[in-house]
Design a protein around this ligand. Structure first.
Ligand SMILES: Cc1ncc(COP(=O)(O)O)c(C=O)c1O
Length: 386
């Protein structure tokens, strides 16, 4: 085939590479434990599955859904924001359904940036921001997330001419891959920056419900002035073990949302209405599910942190998401260390630099395997000599 620059400029998605490695190791009889991708090991709660069985039988649901989502789902998102954050949203204009939040995030730069426009994205970060900015032809300005700044970008370091030219700034709290959380002071600063420079502020809140049980996580939309300039993405995937159902939402500034829907109408025709109904039920009645998931992840987090620290590794004390971010032993390159772990133990962990160059020297572990498997994986790693 002739070279296509757009395709060759985006790296192969790391987790699709892992799938191949896993398959070939399993074929050799190795029991692979995958601490790579953040895909919950538990089933979607029964009350959601059971309701879905009914929703699927409603023939009204068999049609194309409305492009911005069904009213019931959008209302449930607005209710969720009011109940949890005291944020009022007009469900008709300030909420839209997505085919998973990845879909909305991937279309974001096409909706908000022209070719050559600056977009500000963190490094390390969920790889979709980087790839979709390239696909949209935008110029990427990286905001480093480092241990010393608690994995919050330093907004004061953004050059004024970059700020002037930028159209969008994306952050992600609770953060993937580091597990860092943002406080309301940080969000205030960010919203101030967005309003001053007319830059759209986006918080990817895919993990907003997932955090240490003791932690209270703010929403970007609680920040005064945030709706002038900001949107928050959310996902049902991690909060209710619904990754395969593909349902997310975007909430906040109505002009941003309407631009995104305009692009989306040419790419997809919305998520199955029955799934949106099930999602509405989850948002309305799923608080217990979230609380018990967070307790379980607390337990797993404690196990992983204790074992890694026991091996002398420096682990970031994360409060958010279900990831452990730690420094690799000295004397290794990140990919070299990950390969050593994989070859000698059959455990998949993600190299930090898969999330950007500032992730070099770190690795990410996902807590989304059964607790027994997590312990076994940790023990296998502990036996390694490094
Ligand atoms: C930071 C972040 N944002 C968004 C997503 C996408 O989630 P989904 O498309 O399942 O809603 C993920 C998935 O892992 C993620 O880690």
């Amino acid at each position: 085939l002739k070279i296509v620059n757009r395709t060759s400029k985006i790296p192969i998605y790391i987790f699709s590479k892992f799938d191949e490695i896993k398959k070939s190791l399993s074929e050799k009889g190795v029991k692979v434990i995958d601490l790579g991708i953040g895909d919950p090991d538990m089933a979607t709660p029964e009350f959601i599955v059971e309701a879905m069985c009914r929703y699927i039988r409603n023939k009204e649901n068999h049609k194309y859904p409305p492009y911005s989502g069904i009213d019931d789902f959008k209302k449930s998102v607005a209710e969720y924001y009011y109940k949890n954050y005291n944020v009022e949203l007009d469900y008709k204009t300030e909420v839209a359904a997505l085919v998973g939040s990845k879909e909305g995030l991937a279309h974001l730069f096409l909706a908000l940036g022209d070719a050559g426009d600056y977009v500000l994205i963190p490094d390390p970060a969920y790889p979709v921001y980087h790839a979709s900015a390239i696909i949209a032809g935008c110029s990427i300005y990286k905001m480093p997330l480092t241990e010393s700044n608690n994995y919050l970008p330093n907004i004061d370091n953004i050059y004024p001419d970059v700020a002037k030219k930028a159209k969008v700034l994306v952050v992600n709290y609770p953060n993937n891959p580091t597990g860092a959380v943002a406080d309301s002071d940080f969000f205030e600063k960010l919203v101030g920056f967005g309003n001053k420079n007319n830059v759209v502020i986006v918080n990817d809140g895919a993990y907003i419900d997932i955090h240490s049980s003791e932690e209270k996580i703010p929403s970007l939309l609680q920040t005064p002035g945030s709706k002038n300039i900001g949107v928050e993405f959310g996902s049902l995937s991690k909060s209710f073990n619904m990754t395969g159902w593909r349902l997310g939402y975007v909430a906040g500034n109505k002009d941003v949302i309407s631009k995104l829907i305009r692009i989306k109408t040419y790419f997809d025709s919305g998520q199955f209405a029955a799934i949106q109904q099930a999602g509405a039920l989850a948002l309305r009645e799923g608080k217990e599910t979230i609380d018990s998931l967070n307790k379980l992840y607390d337990h797993r987090r404690a196990i992983a942190v204790e074992k890694l620290q026991g091996k002398g590794l420096k682990v970031y004390e994360s409060k958010g998401a279900f990831y452990i971010w730690f420094r690799i032993p000295s004397g290794y390159k990140t990919v070299e260390f990950v390969s050593l772990v994989l070859e000698k133990t059959g455990v998949i962990i993600t190299p930090g630099n898969a999330f950007g160059s500032f992730g070099e020297g770190y690795c990410r572990i996902s807590l989304t395997v059964g607790t027994k498997d997590l312990e076994e994986a940790m023990n296998r790693i502990l036996e390694l000599k490094f």
